[in-house]
Design a protein around this ligand. Structure first.
Ligand code: UD1
Length: 430
């Protein structure tokens, strides 16, 4: 199993190109199930999760083809064409779904297009219990019959789905996406109240509209979807990854460096930018993106609470915590979106961090320096927080189990090394 070795202490300076967003690409890929025509997605990130979902879609009958050359010789920025001429299987098997929770996003499109679906209950990152009850209740409200059998969700709507009024008791990104796709092909109108507003949902809605759907209220918490009989193909560019951008912004801050993030867009993560500015990071807009520089004295701790968009994203919580361990003063970090999303804390503490967790809050007190250590993470964002800590730490850090990193960060060691980090991937057994 590959590992990443980092010798910390180098100040990062340079430019990093931000890839297309993983969390936009995954639902967009499942939208291909809604039409027999070709959906082409451009600005595709090269990530393990994309390959996992492509395999799942292929076994539903989707023809998957990757075209074009990436500007930098890798896979980044390539186009992915998906054609679901016929749905050949409506079962999403455990072996594929367990690798990635987002696989559950095939449920809505399959029921809407084929009238039924059998989808294994998902696995994915080990953060909290992460149920799918909101997806299932919403589908029932659109007229599907749902049963749970032997670890599988079986959904059927033989006469097709119909519009409904869905009020989400809590905000869910995945449920909003799943049901928005399902409602696009339902008979009649659907209103979704307390819908998630993450930018990736807007990206999906715009793509669906370009495919012939009729979705309004994009960017608000109330979506109205007028069902249409059929959708057609389109070409859609995937938005920039705000979580990748946020992670590299923190890499600049934690090394007290100066990075320009090409393609980063401020409107995608204002609460995050506000937090960095309050800490003392100088954030400026450039013609190509955003620049993050530590040119204004010491950084200071700032309290952070994760919330659904437009609040501070839970997917940047582990990374901001790594940064807070290295600044002056204290910071209270409260996680409100997921339970049990502090698995990075014991590992950061092994690197010398001073963090005390009480229920959903972590009190972080800055220390003069972190020290390198062998560490291991159990989810994607936790892994990258350890890479960030390693960049700042004295000595050598080895991050094990980096398959988590490869799920969500494209060529992370290359992007960081190009800006001066002493980082390398080591192949072989962990
Ligand atoms: C998506 C993102 C993930 C991010 C999360 C929150 C993708 C592929 N993944 O995950 O990176 O961390 O949004 O921004 O886009 N919940 C229920 N019942 C449900 C569904 C969710 O109780 O049926 C709860 C979850 O357990 C969690 C909260 O709602 O506590 C938010 O989860 P949700 O927004 O659904 O996250 P995902 O869509 O899984």
């Amino acid at each position: 199993m590959d590992r990443i070795r980092i010798r910390g202490g180098n100040r990062l300076v340079g430019r990093i190109a931000i890839s297309g967003a993983k969390n936009a690409a995954l639902p967009l890929m499942t939208a291909s199930l809604l039409t027999d025509q070709t959906l082409t997605l451009t600005n595709l990130p090269h990530l393990a999760d994309i390959a996992t979902l492509a395999s799942l879609l292929a076994q539903h009958g989707v023809q998957v083809s990757m075209n074009g050359d990436a500007p930098n010789g890798g896979h980044s920025g390539r186009a992915l064409s998906l054609t679901a001429r016929a749905i050949t299987s409506t079962t999403a098997p455990y072996d594929l779904v367990r690798k990635m929770r987002a696989s559950v996003l095939v449920l809505g499109p399959l029921v809407a297009r084929a009238g039924r679906a059998r989808v294994s209950l998902p696995g994915g990152c080990a953060i909290g219990t992460r149920p799918v009850d909101l997806h299932l209740k919403g589908l029932e409200q659109l007229g599907a019959r749902i049963e749970l059998k032997e670890g599988y969700v079986e959904a059927a709507a033989p006469g097709g789905l119909k519009g409904g009024h869905i009020v989400f008791p809590t905000v869910s990104v995945g449920a909003t996406e799943n049901l928005m796709m399902a409602a696009s092909l339902a008979r009649g109108d659907t209103v979704m109240v307390n819908a998630a507003r993450e930018p990736e949902i807007g990206d999906l809605a715009r793509c669906l509209n370009a495919m012939g759907a009729n979705i309004s209220g994009i960017g608000t918490d109330t979506l109205r979807i007028c069902g249409v009989e059929r959708l057609h193909g389109t070409t859609h560019p995937i938005i920039a990854d705000r979580i990748e951008a946020g992670t590299y912004a923190i890499a600049a801050a934690i090394t007290r460096g100066d990075l320009e993030l090409v393609g980063a867009r401020p409107e995608l993560f204002e609460a995050f930018l506000e937090c960095l500015k309050r800490m003392g990071v100088v954030v400026t807009t450039t013609p190509d993106g955003l620049r993050f520089a530590c040119t204004n004295g010491e950084l200071v701790g700032v309290d952070v609470m994760t919330e659904p968009f437009p609040g501070f994203p839970t997917d940047l919580q582990a990374q901001i915590m790594a940064l807070m361990t290295t600044v002056q003063g204290a910071a209270m970090i409260t996680e409100t979106v997921f339970e049990n999303r502090f698995m990075h804390v014991p590992e950061l503490c092994r690197m010398g961090a001073n963090i005390n967790v009480h229920q959903a809050s972590a009190m972080v007190r800055g220390v003069p320096s972190l020290t390198g250590a062998p560490v291991m993470a159990t989810d994607l964002r936790a892994s990258v927080s350890l890479v960030l800590a390693g960049l700042a730490a004295r000595g050598e850090t080895t991050v094990n189990r980096i398959y988590h990193l490869d799920r969500g960060y494209e060529r992370i060691e290359e992007k960081l090394a190009a800006c001066g980090a002493d980082i390398e991937r080591i192949g072989g057994s962990a």
